[in-house]
Unconditional design. Structure first.
Ligand SMILES: *[C@@H]1O[C@H](CO)[C@@H](O)[C@H](O)[C@H]1NC(C)=O
Ligand SMILES: *[C@@H]1O[C@H](CO)[C@@H](O)[C@H](O)[C@H]1NC(C)=O
Length: 867
């Protein structure tokens, strides 16, 4: 896992090795190791599974039957040593409308009959029973009713063809422990039993994993190997029928079409089978490439925010539990980490925010999850749904490539009916709780680490729920900091003081006031949409424009937390942070009012919007402003605050192009008792700290990384991720650093800047960006350091633009070693210090900041979008 460091880094590396501009020798070495370890399984030719036990019997047949997949079924004569039967009734037909010659003959039993197979190896075995009600003049096989048991398991109870003249395949997966494995046919009184063909075949040991994970109550579930399974459905989503000839384990995969609830919501997608790769530990034994090469995804709803599920319905017996194996392979994404989705089973969250790139570090790689559905969650059959997550990053899509539905044997080892082989009756309820809940199993241990996955599984749902609450952006740097808790608690106990302006909570707005300001929350006034609710532009009393962020009333977050946040936010006043003006909590509303930033996001001035280009100096000043804002967040409050989503759309510009960091504003109390903040990965792709991404541990250095991307964006005037570009260019951080390492970063800068940047300024700036983008947080500078470097770059640029000579520029390099000298009098370091710090309360900067927030025309635009 040492590599997934940079999202977007890996797939390019393995698929387009030659295109990287001279990676360093060490990264090359790492790459090779990775390629080796990740693809050893898929690059070596896959050898088909050779089963140790392989009994194929064409019952009642006189001659060998070769089925379409090439396997040969033996005749009655060749297999008579396996059968113990009192009668000997064989029937056969010359021709019938059947897919395979094995159906042309049958063995009929009017008394109990037993096939016994001497197994060479204990363990998992496929048992396949083939039925076809051959027309014959002795018995009506369409109505013949019988049971089929093994030594231990009931496979069929009072089974009949139900007047159906189709071929029927019953497939079981049994963990056989006895050396003599028997299958007994028991006709009902005055009826007969029959069988056309039998398969008893060794299955791979690791086909069923013993460990699973329960959803509710959360916990590990182990013991799946103690159960027997019957295949109920095996589907190739969005693809063709896969017959036994195309599956090395002779499995059949049906198209899913007849199970889709609304076909117009689903879209089939497929790629060449050869694109599908198996990660280490997986082979086509799990499912053939053909299964992974096709999928069903969400249909294009022609809307920005498609919000629906694709649903499959299955008939299922509610007296049993089921093991669902969901096969996934991201054949739809162009870049890593662009696809997140949820999977629901019977209306319950089964997989939350599945991020295949994160699990696999590559696209088009095979992956699966096992879900155990307890009988108590069964009511009206089985429903499997996929749909978009609430995450705002990536493409709003969801996929499913394959699905296997296996029925799980009950407490008396029956797969059909409530009685066991010995006549014992299934206890209702208790048997169900043994196979409890919904869970997953089978991660590729070597690949990701089962332990880590289990932990993640448990953690995620909670984290993800939070993220959708009113806030969650701002996390204290030191999660365990007690002062933060104290302030929270004290808020609760002094709630009556809450409205007191002496607490400095900003202005209190009545709901009516904000209704008026936003024309009753007119949909035309919406300037941003997020998971927590909408952002409206509004005009308050004196004509001041504001941004009004209205929490969704359904938000899980309570009012108390909301108030806590306001208190925290209100303490954050800085010239380079978008200010909170006030709030409203009337009628359980949760509304925040911010200053409005008339020039919108920095990004819009860099590309995409055809706005007049910013000069290099302007860009430097904006970056410096943003760096100041972030530096203040990191160091300016007792607990320190991590922004978590630094990007050019979160740097807003006021009417004088002063940069202000936005969306830091909605705080969340972090999990306690950890040095870092451990949290579900949150942020915007292309900006995401690889270390955070990998370890889900957030530090202030995660913001520094993102800021490094911002610096490149300002220089190159292109998005952090641009899927439309050739693969090696998609991720700006990777692309930029490749050129930086070669000392040629100036080759990819914004063409509009060419010739206007002082090379020394450029050099300093590029170094700052490179340091921010260091792989490991510890190697990255603090925001304070970054700030100084940028100011230095600005000084160099100013000297250059003022037409100063080369000599003087050089001398300023020497001087610049001392940060104090570089600082301009108006931008003294003190403006980065906490305003709440007692010593700083009267600093000029504090006053400037307060003044500013009190007067400036406000409201934050833009990219509240996607929250
Ligand atoms: C299945 O295998 C046959 C024979 O190898 C091949 O011709 C056919 O294209 C395969 N079908 C699929 C769906 O892969
Ligand atoms: C998708 O299905 C789940 C479970 O049935 C449900 O909770 C969720 O609201 C659905 N999502 C959409 C967008 O309909």
């Amino acid at each position: 896992m040492e590599i997934g460091k940079k999202p977007g880094n890996f797939p390019r590396s393995n698929l387009f090795l030659s295109s990287s501009p001279s990676p360093s020798p060490s990264s090359m070495a790492i790459l090779l190791v990775l390629i080796y370890s990740f693809f050893s399984a898929s690059t070596t030719a896959f050898s088909p599974f050779v089963p140790q036990d392989n009994f194929l019997i064409d019952s009642g047949a006189d001659k060998l039957a070769t089925v379409p997949d090439g396997r040969v079924f033996k005749t009655e004569e060749q297999t008579k040593q396996f059968l113990e039967a009192k009668d000997e009734i064989k029937v056969s037909v010359k021709k019938a409308n059947v897919p395979s010659p094995i159906y042309l003959s049958a063995r009929i039993f009017v008394q109990e009959a037993t096939y016994s197979f001497p197994l060479s190896r204990p363990g998992w075995h496929w048992v396949r029973l083939h039925f076809y009600p051959l027309k014959n003049d002795q018995f009506d096989l369409m109505t013949a009713t019988f049971s089929v048991n093994t030594n231990k398991y009931v496979l069929l109870h009072s089974f009949n063809m139900n007047n159906n003249s189709k071929t029927v395949l019953k497939e079981y997966l049994l963990n056989v422990t006895e050396p003599q494995f028997s299958i007994k046919f028991v006709p009902m009184k005055n009826s007969a039993a029959f069988i056309n063909a039998i398969e008893v075949i060794s299955a791979p040991d690791n086909l069923i994993n013993d460990v699973a994970n329960e959803l509710s109550p959360a916990g590990d579930f182990s013991g799946l190997s103690k159960y027997a399974y019957q295949t109920m459905y095996r589907l190739n989503m969005g693809g063709p029928l896969i017959t036994s000839e195309n599956d090395t384990l002779a499995r059949t995969w049906q198209p899913d079409k007849s199970f889709i609830k609304s076909t117009n919501l689903a879209k089939r997608v497929s790629v060449a089978t050869s694109t599908v790769k198996y990660p280490d530990g997986l082979t086509p034994l799990i499912a053939p490439q053909t299964v992974y090469a096709s999928a069903v995804e969400m249909a294009d709803a022609q809307v920005d925010q498609p919000n629906f599920n694709v649903t499959w319905n299955f008939e299922a017996n509610p007296a049993f539990g089921y093991l669902l194996r969901l096969h996934f392979c991201d054949i739809v994404s162009k870049v890593l980490n662009d696809l997140y989705f949820n999977v629901y089973v019977n209306g319950k969250m089964a997989i939350s925010d599945l991020d295949l790139s994160h699990e696999l570090n590559g696209l088009a790689m095979a992956y699966y999850k096992d879900i155990v559905v307890n009988a108590s969650f069964m009511s009206n059959g089985l429903t499997v749904q996929i749909g978009p997550t609430k995450l705002d990053s990536g493409d709003r899509n969801a996929i499913l490539n394959g699905l296997e539905v296996l029925k799980i044997s009950n407490s008396v080892n029956s797969l059909d009916g409530e009685f066991g082989v010995d006549g014992s009756k299934a206890s209702t309820g208790s048997s169900r709780s043994t196979v409890a809940a919904v869970g997953f199993a089978m991660m590729f241990g070597a690949f990701v680490g089962l332990g880590a996955m289990v932990i993640k599984w448990h953690k995620r749902p909670q984290d993800w729920q939070k993220r959708n609450s009113f806030s969650s952006w701002l996390l204290p740097l030191h999660a365990g900091d007690s002062s933060f808790m104290t302030s929270k608690n004290s808020l609760g106990s002094h709630k009556s003081n809450f409205y007191s302006s002496t607490l400095g909570l900003g202005r209190y707005f009545s709901f009516a006031e904000l209704q008026e300001a936003t024309k009753n929350f007119d949909s035309n006034a919406v300037i941003g949409v997020g998971g927590f609710g909408n952002v409206y532009i509004g005009v308050i009393d004196d004509g001041t424009q504001v941004a009004v962020k209205r929490g969704n009333p359904q938000s899980e977050q309570g009012l108390t937390e909301f108030q806590t946040e306001i208190q925290m936010l209100s303490k954050l006043r800085h010239r380079h942070l978008v200010s909170l003006i006030g709030y409203c909590d009337e009628n359980s509303e949760m509304i925040l009012v911010y200053e409005y930033m008339s020039n919108g996001p920095f990004r819009d001035h860099l590309y995409g919007k055809n706005l007049p280009p910013l000069t290099w100096k302007q860009r430097l000043e904006i970056c410096i402003g943003a760096a100041r804002g972030l530096h203040y967040l990191h160091t300016g409050t007792a607990q320190g605050i991590i922004h978590r989503d630094v990007k050019t759309t979160n740097i807003l510009l006021d009417e004088t192009f002063t940069a202000k960091v936005s969306d830091f504003g909605l705080s969340k109390d972090a999990p306690m008792g950890q040095g870092h903040v451990s949290t579900a990965v949150k942020g915007s792709f292309g900006y995401l700290d690889p270390e955070y991404f990998r370890r889900q541990q957030l530090t202030d250095k995660s913001d520094v990384y993102s800021f490094g991307v911002v610096l490149l964006e300002a220089l190159c005037a292109r998005p952090a991720i641009n899927p439309a570009l050739p693969r090696e260019q998609v991720n700006l951080a990777d692309w930029g650093m490749q050129w930086k390492r070669k000392g040629l970063l100036d080759k990819i800068i914004d063409p509009l800047l060419v010739g206007s940047i002082n090379p020394e300024s450029m050099k300093k700036y590029a170094e700052a960006s490179e340091k921010c983008l260091a792989e490991h947080g510890v190697d990255r500078p603090t925001m304070g350091d970054v700030l100084w470097n940028l100011e230095y770059a600005l000084q160099l640029q100013e000297a250059f633009s003022q037409g100063k000579g080369d000599d003087e520029t050089k001398s300023s390099v020497a001087v610049a070693a001392s940060p104090e000298i570089l600082a301009s009098p108006t931008d003294s370091p003190s403006d980065c210090r906490p305003v709440s710090h007692p010593d700083q309360n009267n600093s000029p900067q504090k006053q400037a900041a307060d003044e500013h927030s009190g007067t400036a025309m406000f409201a934050q635009f833009a990219n509240l979008n996607g929250r």
